[in-house]
Design a protein around this ligand. Structure first.
Ligand SMILES: *Cc1c(COP(=O)(O)O)cnc(C)c1O
Length: 376
């Protein structure tokens, strides 16, 4: 936490706004628009809830198909199934790890010829880096397919100087505990279309018709953000730039120490924007490095250092086993060799040094093994 959050929370208590509406929610939405350049925003209970509403608002219905990045967290695609629609997954490109725009373009062209266009496209901005939005948006616009941007992991990043999440029909963000800023739990839905955002607020508050009694003409949800948590969010927005700087510093420290090891490659930063390095991710080529990603992960775990494999592509998840995937080899390869290192904004130089030492030790050990084999 920064130093303003408690003040805002206390204000919520003092004014007795302990509710899923209130002045902090309104202010958080406005300040979020200022920070991201979004036109309109609705504070919600989670990023997942925001994706659910976004899909419904662009008209996704039972039996529809939705194109979706495959290399991501399950929460990107789960809401597609809440609506009875079906995801079709799209592979990543090697330069950004995000959705391959050319694959998307080809797939939409083919589907247009078959008369089987998807109802929406969900593009993910992964690990703090924007996808290559312009060609993706161009491909969607050609067939008038709404683009939903899942920027849950990439608040604070830029694409050609602007915030990912503000280009498509709807963008969503998350303030879950693991994200770059957090309200413990929460999300935001943004759009240039004021009416769409108003409809999101309506659906998120149980779809109450304007009437003195409780009247409902639509099925709604309980998805609004708490005024207490919005107070935390307002404080967190004020330290977003510090958090981005801290995450980028983590990356620089890791990269300086490890980038020259044979077989280690860090997630590239695409030339079109600036990544937050929300997580520092790298790939390990076992033949060149002398140890696999799993061997490195386990060596770190032995020293109580938590690291994680890169997202398991959704087309490989048992729950999505019957879904189509266009391409898939790039994401599969990133999953097989990719590792996310400890990346918290509060890591100290000593913490980072300990991780670097542990990885260096794995490398030195494999060198020794190789050398002794030669001696024998
Ligand atoms: C965290 C995350 C979500 C879900 O956000 P919640 O606020 O946890 O519901 C969705 N998509 C991606 C890519 C995420 O990392």
């Amino acid at each position: 936490m920064g130093d303003r959050e408690l003040e805002f929370v206390k204000e919520a208590f003092d004014t007795n706004w302990i509710a899923p509406v209130g002045p902090h929610v309104d202010a958080f939405e406005q300040e979020f628009c200022q920070v991201t350049g979004a036109s309109h925003a609705a504070g919600l209970s989670s990023g997942t809830a925001a994706i659910h509403l976004a899909l419904q608002l662009v008209g996704v219905e039972y039996g529809d198909e939705v194109f979706c990045s495959t290399l991501t967290f399950a929460a990107t695609a789960n809401p597609i199934t809440y609506l009875g629609a079906k995801p079709v997954f799209i592979d990543s490109d090697r330069t950004s790890w995000n959705m391959n725009p050319e694959l998307l373009r080809q797939a939409l062209e083919l589907r247009a010829r078959q008369g089987k266009l998807p109802k929406a496209v969900v593009v993910v901005h992964l690990y703090g880096q924007s996808a290559d939005i312009n060609p993706i948006l161009e491909a969607c616009n050609r067939y008038e397919i709404p683009l939903i941007e899942d920027a849950a992991e990439s608040l604070g990043a830029t694409y050609k100087g602007r915030s990912p999440g503000t280009f498509g029909r709807i963008g969503i963000y998350s303030f879950n505990g693991n994200k770059i800023i957090t309200t413990s739990g929460g999300g935001m839905l943004v759009s240039d279309d004021a009416q769409l955002v108003a409809k999101a607020r309506f659906l998120a508050t149980q779809a109450r018709d304007p009437a003195p009694h409780y009247q409902h003409s639509e099925i709604g949800y309980n998805y609004r953000l708490s005024n207490v948590l919005a107070g935390i969010g307002r404080g967190q927005l004020r330290v977003l730039n510090d958090r981005v700087a801290a995450r980028r510093r983590n990356f620089e420290t890791y990269a300086c120490a490890l980038a020259n090891f044979p077989g280690i490659e860090f997630m590239p930063e695409a030339a079109y924007g600036r990544a937050t390095r929300w997580l520092t991710c790298l790939t390990i080529d076992p033949a060149a490095f002398g140890a696999s990603r799993e061997q490195v992960r386990l060596a770190l775990a032995e020293q109580q250092i938590e690291s994680r494999p890169v997202w398991k592509p959704l087309h490989l998840q048992p729950v999505f086993a019957d879904c189509e995937c266009i391409g898939g080899e790039v994401a599969e390869n990133l999953f097989a060799r990719g590792l996310c290192l400890p990346s918290g904004s509060n890591l100290t130089t000593e913490d980072l040094e300990r991780v670097i030492q542990a990885i260096t030790a794995v490398y030195s050990d494999t060198c020794k093994t190789h050398t002794s084999l030669f001696i024998i």
